[in-house]
Design a protein around this ligand. Structure first.
Ligand code: PLP
Length: 409
């Protein structure tokens, strides 16, 4: 068995047929398929160790708490956070950004201040900041995107001043697939003591993340994009900031003592984990991240890297050969994610035809309407790959795409 087959056999979903055709799943930037180790843990926990975390003096609750806290340690190690207390479980990237935008801004954002976001931002890295700015009477500023998809760092430097209270940028855009120079962005902001939040929804999957080396103040991501259960996510935060921030939601588990007169709060990380969390889902972060590590190491890691390089080269050339095809995000530092338009073909028509051939892609504005506007379109087609995708699948995709284009023109 080849190494790619060895990887793929971990994913039951990849073996299915759609409309009688072998599934070619290229909607990975939206969500990843799940490996057996994750599915097995979900089954074991729902069918066995099921009890609420942190609450009861009985074996099942203890076991669940161990699995939940074990996953937190695994996340800590995966991103090299300095301590487990800096790793907050949330329901996903969106929830993590909302937590920071709400709690941090309640404390630190005042009238006349400003927040900077990157122009390639997902709606979840725009709207929470807009809400916070509206409440505070602050201004939202935007780092422009250049024609090749890179962020305009000269303009960014011009936007930075003492009014800016936080910068929130994409690590990797979910439309352009370009790895942004987040270290440089952070260094510039830190010169003025401005904290930086990095949206790592795509970054955690495709880059090696070391939050200490990156020196970010917040790093957020979703579990479901990196092989774990849906409804799971992480907010990494610098300890001093998390400590200074007020609780986001109130309820069980986030308190120290409660009286009708006054409530005091639990220590980190529980201060930000009110209510029953998705503890079974969060526990799957451990097998999921261990699996992600396995994909990066040794001969498997080498095979994945080689296949990925071949896919990028093949896809870039093949798309360029399609008449009227515009690829968005052409800068060098890119992951295997391709958003494009083809003259004379509606993205939704292309996606529907591809679907009938077994190929799953994403279309629409991909939760990035301002970025679509920047490129003068309302929709794109996106094919996004993960390490379980093969060059053969890329070739099949291009064959099907050409067929679909011929049918539509
Ligand atoms: N940010 C980026 C870059 C994304 O790609 C996504 C999801 O596609 C999100 C944020 C939002 O993630 P979630 O819907 O898991 O909260």
């Amino acid at each position: 068995m080849g190494l790619m087959e060895k990887i793929r056999e971990n994913f039951p979903a990849l073996g299915q047929k759609v409309y009688g055709k072998d599934l070619v799943y290229l909607d990975n930037a939206a969500t990843s398929q799940k490996p057996k180790v994750v599915l097995d843990l979900l089954n074991e926990m729902y069918g066995g160790t099921n009890a609420n975390v942190h609450r009861a003096m009985h074996k099942l609750s203890d076991d669940t708490t161990m699995l939940y806290e074990g996953a937190r340690e695994c996340v800590r190690e995966f991103i090299n956070a300095p301590g487990k207390e800096c790793v907050i479980f949330t329901s996903g990237t969106t929830a993590s950004i909302n937590l920071v935008a709400s709690s941090y801004c309640r404390k630190f954002l005042k009238e006349g201040d400003a927040v900077i976001v990157s122009g390639d931002s997902h709606h979840s890295n725009i709207v929470p900041w807009q809400l916070a700015c509206e409440i505070a009477g602050a201004e939202l500023k935007v780092i422009p995107v250049k024609d090749n998809g890179e962020l305009d760092l000269d303009e960014y430097r011009n936007l930075l001043d003492s009014r800016v209270k936080i910068v929130a940028v994409e690590h990797i855009s979910n439309v352009l697939g370009i790895i942004n120079p987040v270290k440089e962005i952070i260094q510039q902001a830190h010169k003025l003591n401005i904290p930086v939040l990095v949206d790592g929804a795509q970054g955690i999957v495709h880059a090696d993340v070391d939050v200490q080396e990156m020196d970010c103040d917040f790093y957020v991501f979703s579990g479901h994009k990196i092989y774990a259960a849906t409804g799971t996510g992480i907010l990494y935060g610098r300890r001093e900031l998390l400590e200074a921030m007020p609780p986001y939601m109130g309820g069980g588990d986030m308190v120290d003592t409660v009286s009708f007169a006054k409530t005091t709060y639990a220590e980190l990380p529980l201060k930000f984990e009110a209510g029953t969390p998705h503890f079974i889902g969060q526990a799957t972060l451990k097998p999921a991240l261990e699996f992600a590590k396995w994909l990066k190491e040794g001969e498997i890691g080498k095979a994945v890297k080689e296949e990925e390089e071949k896919i990028i080269e093949y896809m870039t050339n093949a798309l360029a050969q399609i008449e009227g095809c515009t690829l968005y995000g052409t800068a060098e530092n890119k992951i295997p994610l391709f958003s494009f338009n083809i003259e004379g073909c509606f993205p939704s028509d292309l996606a529907q035809l591809l679907d009938k051939m077994g190929v799953a892609v994403r279309t629409g504005f991909m939760c990035c309407e301002p970025l679509m506007t920047r490129f003068g379109v309302t929709s794109m087609v996106r094919a996004s790959f993960l390490p379980y995708n093969t060059l053969q699948e890329a070739e099949y995709f291009i064959k099907c795409l050409n067929r679909a284009v011929n049918m539509l023109r």
